[in-house]
Design a binder for this molecule. Structure first.
Ligand code: ZN
Length: 400
């Protein structure tokens, strides 16, 4: 949306004046190079400095109360201390949302409203300041604001609509899903401070490459760059591409720093244990972190056939999880009871056997070292290809 608004006038100008160089500069993402925040529990001002005039769109999401500022694609050159939450805000995140858009999510302690939002030209420099004033409001007023706004989750909607070509060549299709991304960084490494979203992307790229070397297999990535995808979008992309399997990759942190090794998760209503339940709860927060309004699931699944499919899908997912555990055994570290289950929202495709693989824990120094090691990625990718091979042969033997 933003992209088309911005690019069209640029193209027009470039054509009109032949300013090819100028057009190239405009294509670079907006740069946010500075920010400050001041205020108290009643009123807070946020100022963000950009290299050129930003188009922006402010809206609200409830539970918890959040102010969302949507921007065109933006490079955030901010120091963490520039925009540390204070005043009415308890948490501030910013990052890429994909499809040429970025976002700032300001989570509030209590309901707030934006009483002023404006862009001002900086005197003395070529930059522009976006100034947002937030103030505490009553629950009733916040509910009114939510009701009044026309916003219907356009960023996510635009992205879901992107064209994805279904595979039609009879290949066995595998969706490789790098957990987190963009505004949702995931866990942070204890030692290296590396973000889970980059660990999962590097691994996903290696795994997809290795799978694609296998005859009859076509692997693709749900995301191939640092962008945010909501959990339903990940499922949607896999189904649109006609995936036969879905593998979501993660590397989270635990409070217990001595726990290390890989875990394979399948979906279930009831979690197998506390660790699994906590982890699923945290993973399911991804959409909330990114300020995506939670909507009810699409009505396409209210069917007894879907129920039967679900059961069959679940059986296949469990087979895959077992194959993965078998191929990992004696090769890489596994936690106790390495096949666990919980209500992960990203595993809920009714017709695509799905697993979530915790490659290891970034809260453990030894795991962290391995997770960022290209040789280890290669080794584990090879083991996963083996697991897929076993899974496929088993499936054929069962007549499935
Ligand atoms: Zn994760």
């Amino acid at each position: 949306m933003f992209l088309s608004k911005i690019i069209r006038p640029c193209l027009f100008l470039a054509l009109l004046f032949g300013l090819a160089a100028g057009a190239r500069a405009e294509e670079a993402p907006l740069l946010a190079y500075g920010a400050r925040i001041a205020g108290d529990d009643a009123r807070t001002r946020v100022v963000i400095e950009f290299d050129r005039k930003p188009e922006f769109f402010v809206h609200y999401v409830g539970n918890p109360a959040r102010v969302i500022v949507d921007l065109p694609e933006t490079a955030f050159g901010l120091k963490p201390e520039d925009l540390r939450a204070r005043g009415v805000f308890t948490e501030i995140r910013y990052g890429a949302m994909g499809a040429g858009s970025s976002r700032i999510v300001l989570t509030a302690k209590k309901p707030v409203a934006i009483s002023g939002a404006s862009v001002r030209e900086d005197e003395g420099s070529k930059g522009f300041r976006l100034v947002l004033d937030a103030e505490r409001v009553t629950d009733a007023r916040f509910a009114e604001l939510l009701g009044e706004q026309k916003w219907t989750g356009s960023v996510a909607a635009t992205k879901t609509a992107r064209s994805v070509e279904p595979a039609s060549n009879g290949e066995f299709v595998i969706a490789v899903d790098a957990g987190h991304g963009g505004i949702d960084t995931g866990a942070i490494g204890a030692d290296t401070k590396i973000e889970e979203k980059s660990v999962t992307l590097a691994f996903a790229q290696e795994l997809a490459k290795t799978l694609n070397e296998e005859a009859g297999i076509e692997a693709f990535l749900t995301r191939d760059k640092d962008e945010f995808l909501s959990l339903p979008e990940r499922v949607h992309i896999a189904r649109q591409r006609g995936a036969n399997l879905f593998i979501s990759l993660h590397a989270d942190t635990l409070k217990q720093h001595d726990i290390r090794g890989a875990t394979v998760y399948t979906i279930s209503d009831k979690a197998s244990d506390h660790l699994a339940a906590n982890l699923a709860e945290r993973e399911n927060l991804s959409d909330e972190i990114a300020g995506v309004a939670l909507t009810s699931e699409p009505a396409e699944v209210a069917d007894i056939l879907i129920d039967l499919t679900r059961r069959e899908t679940q059986a296949f997912a469990i087979n895959l999880a077992r194959s993965v555990v078998t191929s990992f055994q004696g090769q890489i570290n596994l936690i106790n009871n390495p096949h666990r289950h919980a209500g992960f929202r990203v595993l809920q495709a009714p017709d695509v056997p799905s697993i979530l693989l915790e490659l290891g824990f970034m809260s453990n120094k030894d795991d962290e070292k391995l997770l960022t090691d290209p040789a280890w990625r290669k080794k584990v990718s090879g083991l996963l290809v083996e697991a897929v091979r076993t899974y496929r042969s088993g499936k054929t033997a069962d007549g499935g």
